[in-house]
Ligand binder design. Structure first.
Ligand SMILES: C/C=C/C(=O)SCCNC(=O)CCNC(=O)[C@H](O)C(C)(C)COP(=O)(O)OP(=O)(O)OC[C@H]1O[C@@H](n2cnc3c(N)ncnc32)[C@H](O)[C@@H]1OP(=O)(O)O
Ligand SMILES: NC(=O)C1=CN([C@@H]2O[C@H](COP(=O)(O)OP(=O)(O)OC[C@H]3O[C@@H](n4cnc5c(N)ncnc54)[C@H](OP(=O)(O)O)[C@@H]3O)[C@@H](O)[C@H]2O)C=CC1
Length: 333
């Protein structure tokens, strides 16, 4: 098969021949039709991720057809159209992942390839209303957004939520899920065009996080602070978010795209009875809940652009440039 290979950090990913995967018992081989990028793939390429082991085939998201299974007991999946849950061996505790937890694409060989061997426990039926590209875009970012919003922050219909950096893949799923759940959604972005596109997906409005005084402008526009704030940007923008949460509200976060937050004022958290919620990926129950929700509300992932597998490195450069709105997808076969 052809696969994308990262041989060294800060080097381009090259697409080259690799051995066809052979399924062990409890595994299936999926002939991938599409894969999708996550910021994690870029962090790994840039050497900004814990536990990097090279060389590796990156990629956490994929959709395709099961072409082989490792044992007769796994036959039920043969020939089926599937998406892949990239949370490997979450463990038994729905509250937190166990010691064996891994995210597909490091250290396990990932989806930027024509084929992959994957535990059958990580297969789910492809949502029937989605194309291959849309289905591949869903798993990692959809799962993370789902757990953040519902399992962790307990978002309710009628609540007001702020989602930062709305051009991002995970942020956009959070927008679509929160709108479908009946919340009033406000956004931030570097781009007025992205804010306008978010409004077509149901956002009430938004502000540019590069404007001075954007928190005050946003508070005025939204008529006061937010029940829930969801962030994956971190950095210098994180501190102001604390003041955008209403007293007794929740701040849920899963990323640090712009680095660690400097100088957090803890008094603004404890005097105002805030709940700070870290979250990562999701449990098998979160994945099942997310896919059922997507099917019920006929949510269609936003695909920014599709690159051929041969242009995986160009796709990563496109993500690094930050101009995307939604998911960057690879056509893998
Ligand atoms: C599914 C998608 C996931 C993501 O994309 S998460 C985003 C990760 N990347 C970034 O945030 C970009 C910036 N990069 C970084 O800040 C660094 O590149 C890292 C922190 C990712 C790695 O730094 P290093 O110094 O090489 O790794 P360390 O010393 O092993 O970890 C430092 C602390 O980071 C947390 N951590 C990192 N990886 C894990 C993990 N897999 N599970 C749980 N915690 C983790 C722990 O707090 C740990 O500190 P302890 O070692 O003292 O516990
Ligand atoms: N812990 C976990 O389980 C997970 C963690 N993550 C982390 O979450 C982050 C987002 O991932 P993903 O959606 O794949 O990434 P994307 O590359 O798709 O999106 C990144 C987005 O970040 C936004 N952004 C950049 N700078 C700022 C800023 N200063 N303030 C607010 N927003 C900003 C931009 O929004 P705009 O274009 O609108 O300006 C950009 O589109 C990454 O750091 C990733 O590592 C992601 C998934 C799971």
């Amino acid at each position: 098969m052809q696969a994308a290979l990262l041989r060294a950090t800060n080097e381009p990913v090259t697409v080259q021949p690799a051995p066809d995967p052979v399924p062990a018992a409890g595994q299936a081989v999926v002939r991938l039709r599409a894969a999708a990028l996550n910021h994690r793939d870029l962090w790994i390429q840039l050497g900004q991720y814990a536990g990097i082991k090279l060389p590796l085939i990156p990629g956490s998201d994929g959709a395709g057809v099961v072409t082989a299974v490792g044992a007769p007991g796994d036959d039920a999946w043969s020939g089926r159209e599937v998406i892949i849950n990239p949370s490997l061996d979450w463990g038994d505790d729905p509250r937190t992942q166990g010691p064996g937890f891994r995210i597909l694409g490091l250290p396990d060989a990932g989806t930027f390839a024509e084929q992959i061997a994957i535990p059958v426990a990580n297969l789910a039926s492809k949502p029937a209303h989605l194309t291959w590209e849309q289905a591949a875009a869903l798993p990692l970012a959809g799962l993370t957004a789902w757990r953040a919003l519902f399992t962790r922050a307990g978002l309710q219909s009628g609540e007001k939520i702020l989602i930062t950096g709305i051009g991002g893949g995970a942020a956009l799923f959070a927008l679509q899920f929160a709108v479908a759940a009946g919340a009033q959604v406000w956004v931030t972005s570097s781009s007025p065009e992205k804010i306008a596109r978010a409004q077509t997906l149901g956002a009430a409005g938004g502000v540019n996080y590069r404007d001075t005084d954007w928190p005050a402008t946003l508070t005025r526009a939204a008529g006061g602070p937010f029940d829930v704030v969801l962030d994956s940007a971190g950095g210098a923008g994180f501190g102001p978010l604390i003041e955008l949460v209403r007293p007794g509200g929740r701040l849920v976060f899963f990323g640090a795209t712009t680095g660690q937050p400097p100088g957090l004022d803890l008094r603004k958290c404890f005097f105002r009875q805030l709940t700070l919620l870290g979250t990562t990926m999701g449990s098998p129950a979160d994945f099942a809940g997310m896919t059922a929700f997507v099917a019920r509300h006929r949510i269609v992932p936003v695909v920014d652009r599709v690159f051929p597998l041969a242009e995986t490195d160009q796709a990563l450069r496109h993500m690094a440039a930050g101009a995307q709105f939604g998911k960057i997808v690879l056509a893998t076969g």
